[in-house]
Design a protein around this ligand. Structure first.
Ligand code: HSE
Length: 429
C-alpha cells in the first residue's frame, strides 16, 4: 500500500458533510485498504466556523471554500453545500486545479450538468454523484456502469421521501394534505419551507439526472414536466382506494415506443396496490428500471438523511481515489444519443376523472360524446348518486396527455357538468 495519503477537501459540513467526516475517520483503515492508500481529510469549508463539529479537527476548518477548492495538493473535492452558486464555481475550480469531484448536488446537476462534465473531461478528472439521486440507493452507478450494455426503456420511481411520507399518511389515516404535511414537518421529514419537495422540484431534478444517464441524452430540469401534490385531497385518496389503487408522487422517464424521443415527468398518479411501488411506505424511496435485456429491476431504500447520503458519497470517494492512484478515470458523460425530449402533451397515459354532474337523461351520453370527440376511449365508468346529482368517475384507456387534458377542458364547459372534482393519471399497470 502507498503510504503517502490522498488528500480530500470537504466543502460543507452540515448533516451530510459531518457524516462523511465521521465515516472517513472511523473507517479510515478499511478505506485505506480498499483504495490502496490512506485518505486524509485536508480541509473542511464551512459557513459558521464556531460551531462544534464532533470528530472534525478544528485546525482543518476554514470559511474560504474557494481557496480550499483550488489547493493544488487536493486529490478529491467533496461538495455537499448544495444549490447552484457558489457550488458550480467551486467544482469547476477544483477540476481546473487537478482534483476529482464527488457531489450530492442534484439541483446543480439538473440545471447545468454539462458544464460540470465538460470541466471534468477537459482537466482529466472524475465527476461522481451517486448521492444526488435517492441517497444511499445505488442508481447512478448501476445506470452508468452495470446497465451500460443494455437499453433502458423506462424508469418509474418514488424519489422523494418527504412526499412519500405525506401520501402514505394520507392513505393510512385518511388525513388531509395539510395535516399530513404538519406531521411530516414535526417529524423532521419536511423542511420549514417544503416547496422543493411538495411542488416536485426535488423529484424533477432527480428525474432529469436519471433520464440523462439512462437515455444517453442531455435532460435538464426545464425538460421535466412537474406537478406537485399540494392539490391532492383526502377524497382523491379515497377514490384511488375504491379503484384498488394508492396515490404516489412518481418520477417517470420513458423512451418513446419508436425510440426516437424521450420524456421525463413528475406528478402524482394512482398505481394499483399490486404494484411493488404501492408498498413503498413512509419516507422510503424506490425506483423501477425496465430495460431490454435485464427486464424489470427495482432499487429500494432510504433516499435521504445524513448517513445514507454519506454512504453514497463515500462509495464515490473510494472510486475517485482508486482512479487517482491508478492514473485512470471513471465513466464520463454519455450524451451521444441526443434524443429530443418531448413535451408532456405527447406522453401516453390514462386519466381517472371524477365529475360532479346533474343526474338526468342524456348526461352520460353527453359526457361520453365529449371523450369520443377528442379521440379518447373510455375504459370504465362508475356512477354514484348524490342528492339528486351524481358523481361520475371515468377511467380512460391510454391516450396522449394533450388529448386527455383537452377532454377535461371540454367537460368543464358542459352545462350538465357542475365541476371536475379530481383528475389523476393512472400508471403502473
Ligand atoms: N428532500 C428529499 C426527500 C431528500 O424528501 O427525499 C433530498 O433530496
Amino acid at each position: 500500500m502507498r503510504t503517502r495519503p490522498l488528500k480530500v477537501a470537504l466543502l460543507g459540513c452540515g448533516v451530510v458533510g459531518s457524516e462523511v467526516a465521521r465515516i472517513m475517520t472511523t473507517h479510515a483503515d478499511d478505506l485505506a485498504a480498499r483504495i490502496g492508500a490512506p485518505v486524509e481529510l485536508a480541509g473542511v469549508a464551512v459557513r459558521r466556523p464556531d460551531r462544534v463539529r464532533e470528530g472534525v479537527d478544528p485546525a482543518l476548518v476554514t470559511t474560504d471554500a474557494a481557496a480550499l477548492a483550488r489547493r493544488e495538493d487536493i486529490d478529491v473535492v467533496i461538495e455537499v453545500i448544495g444549490g447552484i452558486e457558489p457550488a458550480r464555481k467551486l467544482i469547476t475550480s477544483a477540476f481546473e486545479h487537478g482534483a476529482s469531484v464527488v457531489t450530492a448536488n442534484k439541483a446543480l446537476l439538473a440545471e447545468d450538468g454539462p458544464t460540470l462534465h465538460e470541466a471534468a473531461e477537459k482537466h482529466g478528472n472524475d465527476l461522481y454523484y451517486e448521492a444526488a439521486v435517492a441517497a444511499a440507493i445505488p442508481l447512478v452507478r448501476p445506470l452508468r456502469e452495470s446497465l451500460a450494455g443494455d437499453k433502458v426503456n423506462r424508469i418509474l420511481g418514488i424519489v422523494n421521501g418527504t412526499t412519500n411520507f405525506i401520501l402514505d399518511r394520507m392513505d393510512s389515516t385518511g388525513a388531509g394534505y395539510g395535516e399530513a404535511l404538519d406531521e411530516a414537518t414535526a417529524l423532521g421529514y419536511a423542511e420549514a419551507d417544503p416547496t422543493a419537495d411538495v411542488e416536485g422540484f426535488d423529484a424533477a431534478a432527480k428525474a432529469a439526472i436519471l433520464a440523462g444517464i439512462a437515455f444517453h441524452t442531455r435532460v435538464r430540469l426545464d425538460d421535466v414536466h412537474r406537478e406537485g401534490l399540494t392539490e391532492i385531497t383526502a377524497a382523491d385518496i379515497a377514490s384511488a382506494k375504491r379503484m384498488g389503487c394508492t396515490v404516489k408522487l412518481l418520477a417517470i422517464c420513458e423512451r418513446a415506443a419508436d425510440g426516437r424521443s424521450v420524456t421525463a415527468r413528475v406528478h402524482p398518479a394512482m398505481i394499483p396496490l399490486s404494484h411493488p411501488l404501492a408498498n413503498v411506505r413512509e419516507a422510503y424511496n424506490a425506483v423501477f428500471v425496465e430495460s431490454d435485456a435485464a427486464g424489470q429491476l427495482m432499487f429500494y431504500g432510504p433516499g435521504a438523511g445524513g448517513a445514507p447520503t454519506a454512504s453514497a458519497v463515500l462509495g464515490d470517494l473510494v472510486a475517485a481515489c482508486r482512479n487517482k492512484l491508478n492514473g485512470s478515470r471513471g465513466p464520463g458523460e454519455s450524451a451521444y444519443a441526443q434524443l429530443p425530449v418531448s413535451p408532456m402533451g405527447e406522453v401516453v397515459t390514462r386519466y381517472h376523472i371524477s365529475l360532479d354532474v346533474a343526474d338526468k337523461p342524456g348526461v352520460l351520453a353527453q359526457v361520453a360524446t365529449t371523450f369520443a370527440e377528442h379521440g379518447v376511449s373510455i375504459d370504465t365508468v362508475r356512477q354514484q348518486g348524490k342528492d339528486g346529482d351524481a358523481w361520475l368517475v371515468v377511467v380512460t384507456h391510454s391516450a396522449p396527455d394533450a388529448a386527455l387534458s383537452s377532454t377535461v377542458e371540454a367537460l368543464r364547459g358542459l352545462d350538465t357538468v357542475r365541476g371536475v372534482a379530481s383528475i389523476m393519471r393512472v400508471e403502473g399497470e
